[in-house]
Design a protein around this ligand. Structure first.
Ligand SMILES: C[S@@+](CC[C@H](N)C(=O)[O-])C[C@H]1O[C@@H](n2cnc3c(N)ncnc32)[C@H](O)[C@@H]1O
Length: 239
């Protein structure tokens, strides 16, 4: 059973990852206004906070994750909200979609679970799945992240920490799951075949769901620095 399969069986993890990220909300609002983005994939969709957001905004929404527990929760949440989205169980490096199929792809805290080569291949695979002019939003941990250098080094800048996010996620945390940490230069290298629209270096924020009569409270995760990248596929050929 993968680390995330176990994590998603915990109610606390499902709750922690239930409120959409502010930047995804902002981007989706811009995409809606532009009227040129219709079909959107949430890659590594987890329990579906962004799938629900995108579906509720009227996008043709797709979600892909390898965790059945996550997809089950996502399915139930869609049904409860009377929303529809196409959910696929599978590996993110083997996307069951035609090239040029999506107008936009969202990958929040997912594509860095591997070596530098694997992250590079993921960024390129997503480019192929986007139409010309399509946009890709992703987060990548930076080398200023407090978890950089912790655990077993698989290769330079890639670590597998048995305690990774244990305090945050409970259970075994992300034990056994590799994390690749990027510099600004490396982000530019990964996205060399895109045009980068924005690149911000920020701490991860997760929102605790609002209880009755309260507002959502954000849980700041100290020194959890991530790159937040919005990039566009510019070319129209399939090279
Ligand atoms: C940190 S969670 C983020 C979930 C979601 N993107 C969000 O923002 O709420 C990472 C997700 O990536 C999924 N994941 C990790 N590696 C994957 C892989 N190789 N193929 C498909 N999904 C994967 C996990 O199951 C998990 O749901």
């Amino acid at each position: 059973m993968s680390g995330w399969e176990k994590i998603w069986q915990e109610t606390s993890a499902r709750e922690l990852w239930s409120v959409p990220d502010c930047l995804v909300l902002e981007l989706a609002t811009r995409w809606k206004q532009s009227a040129s983005i219709h079909r959107v994939l949430d890659l590594g969709c987890g329990v579906g906070r962004h799938v629900l957001l995108l579906a509720s905004m009227g996008f043709e929404t797709y979600g892909l994750d390898h965790s059945e527990a996550a997809l089950e929760t996502c399915r139930a949440r869609l049904q409860a909200a009377a929303l529809t989205a196409q959910l696929h169980r599978g590996q993110m490096n083997d996307l069951p979609f035609a090239d040029g199929y999506f107008d936009a792809v969202v990958a929040f805290n997912t594509i860095y679970h591997g070596t530098a080569r694997e992250v590079d291949a993921m960024v390129e695979l997503v480019r192929r799945k986007l139409r010309a002019g399509g946009e890709f939003f992703a987060t990548l941990p930076s080398r200023d992240n407090r978890l950089y250098g912790k655990g077993e080094m698989i290769e330079p800048h890639t670590f597998c920490d048995p305690r990774m996010y244990k305090e945050l996620l409970g259970g075994e945390g992300e034990s056994g799951v590799p994390h690749h940490f990027s510099s600004r230069e490396e982000v530019h290298q990964f996205y060399r075949r895109y045009s980068i629209q924005s690149l911000a270096h920020e701490e991860l924020r997760l929102a605790l769901p609002a209880r009755r009569g309260t507002t959502v409270s954000w849980l700041p995760i100290s020194k959890s620095y991530f790159w937040r990248v919005v990039a566009r596929r510019e070319d129209s050929h399939d090279g």
